[in-house]
Ligand binder design. Structure first.
Ligand code: UD1
Ligand code: MG
Length: 453
């Protein structure tokens, strides 16, 4: 298979009006990644070395986004939306380069499984000219029906063109097609637009190929593979299916999810075996977790690297650049951004650590704040190995606290502290014997006098 060249043509010129959105439909995200990028990833996983994106609505925005998720893809603009065959032909220049296999995919059908694409390509390798991926449903309304005769696929009929008898067919076109590269342009150029919608239907190539005696087959895949997103309810449905798949994959790879339905992964979450994730945890993009970590309930984690045996949460927020080394601990109501928490360091309660390094084994007391921002620029805080920062301290960056440095609780630290030094950044306490009682009596008699008058 690998020696066969393959181009995927991804159709994404539709307006997606039912999304009711300023953003082109296929850029709406599933698991933090635009749905069209899921399609590109599946095509790549199935060995499509080149990608052609057919765009129309929001072309500029699409091009810009595609640079991120498919930098090598070539974009083709379909100026007028005249149907799916017309859309594929917008990529004529790419198709005519002469690929063995062409995969036509829809940018709004993000749950396509690469295995389904691979199976379709295997059929092409055996000499089939057109492979249509179908699915069965008890509610086929809106889909093209697969018309078979003697076990052979002879046509696809769009709902609007179906006879009442054909409408009863429950084997439907999922939208994905694999076409032998040699035949592709010839078949596509033969498509006309004599149908209820007056559009050039890609699906017509089935009838054209069958009439020429070429081998045409329909394969069956599960409904998810054909789930097209047209509105935000379907977007949420696809997200749900994606998350269910990913949770299962995580659990089967050795991750414990106590309440899997409450844990949300990103498209790129990496998570090692023997990590335990408690309920209600959110992973944004860019999270890497090694083996044996504990992620406690209600944590929100994004762009963070967590080494083995770390302990995070409950209610922790790790933002981009949070880098927890082995056995580090970030506890409840702590926020960490762009900061390294070295091995075994503890940031346990109600703390903000931003633009900082916390040395190995250091202990950061409750309510510590790195004051990293003066309203204009960000500054760095460096805390040495084994340092102790007393509760409710403000560390005004840029600042360094040396190895083994000790900060008294409630300090506002504005000057760097050398190794092993003790720093107080607060007023010294005064205790006046008997003064509490005296003060209370004074206030009581003043209040009584006010009441009388
Ligand atoms: C299509 C299939 C139908 C199948 C269904 C599965 C055709 C004629 N029909 O119907 O058999 O059951 O998908 O979901 O192919 N697009 C363009 N330019 C166009 C027209 C469409 O880029 O001119 C893109 C759309 O953005 C979309 C895809 O092609 O990504 C499919 O178009 P859509 O209008 O959704 O086709 P359906 O009517 O759903
Ligand atoms: Mg559709």
């Amino acid at each position: 298979m690998s020696q066969r060249s393959c181009l995927s043509v991804i159709l994404a010129a539709g307006e997606g009006t039912r999304m009711k959105s300023a953003l082109p439909k296929v850029l709406h995200k599933i698991a933090g990644l635009p749905m069209v990028a899921h399609v590109v990833k599946a095509a790549e996983a199935a060995g499509a070395g080149d990608q052609a994106l057919v765009i129309g609505h929001g072309a500029e925005e699409m091009r810009k986004a595609a640079q991120k998720f498919a930098p090598k893809a070539e974009s083709f603009v379909q100026e007028k939306r005249l149907g799916t065959a017309h859309a594929v032909l917008a990529a004529r220049d790419a198709i005519s380069k002469g690929y063995d296999d062409i995969l036509v995919m829809f940018g709004d059908t993000p749950l396509i499984d690469p295995e389904v694409l691979i199976a379709a390509r295997q059929k092409l390798a055996k000499g089939t000219a057109v492979v249509v991926v179908g699915f069965r449903t008890s509610n086929p309304s809106g889909y093209g029906r697969l018309i078979e005769k003697g076990g052979k696929l002879i046509a696809i009929r769009e709902e609007k063109d179906c006879t009442d008898e054909e409408k009863k067919i429950t084997f439907c076109n999922g939208g994905l097609m694999a076409i032998a590269g040699k035949q592709a342009l010839k078949l596509l150029d033969a498509v006309g637009h004599k149908n209820a919608k007056g559009e050039y239907y890609l699906t017509d190539i089935v009838e054209i190929a069958a009439a020429q005696g070429l081998d045409v087959v329909a394969t069956e895949a599960s409904f998810e593979n054909a789930l097209g997103i047209n509105n935000r309810a379907e977007l949420a449905e696809a997200e749900g299916i994606w998350q269910t798949r990913r949770r299962r994959e995580a659990m089967l790879s050795g991750v414990t999810l106590i309440a899997p339905e409450t844990v949300f992964f990103s498209h790129d979450t990496e998570i090692g075996a023997d990590t335990i994730v408690e309920p209600n945890v959110w992973f944004g993009p860019g999270v890497k977790i090694a083996a044996g970590a504990k992620i406690h309930a209600f944590s929100h984690i994004e762009g963070a690297t967590i080494a083995s045996d770390c302990d995070v949460g409950p209610f922790a927020r790790l933002r981009p650049g949070a880098d927890l080394k082995q056995k580090a601990k970030v506890g409840n109501f702590c926020e960490v951004k762009q900061a390294t928490i070295e091995e075994g360091a503890k940031v346990n309660h109600l703390t903000y650590i931003g633009d900082a390094r916390i040395g190995a084994g250091a202990n950061i007391g409750a309510g510590t704040i790195t004051c990293n921002y003066d309203g204009y620029s960000k500054f760095f805080t460096d805390i040495g190995e084994g340092a102790f920062v007393g509760s409710n301290s403000s560390l005004v960056a840029p600042i360094t606290i040396g190895k083994g440095g000790y900060i008294a609780s409630g300090s506002v630290i504005t000057e760097s502290v050398p190794d092993d030094a003790l720093a107080f950044g607060r007023a010294r306490q005064r205790t006046l014997a008997g003064k509490g009682k005296e003060l209370r009596e004074r206030f009581a008699s003043a209040a009584a006098a006010r009441k009388k008058s």
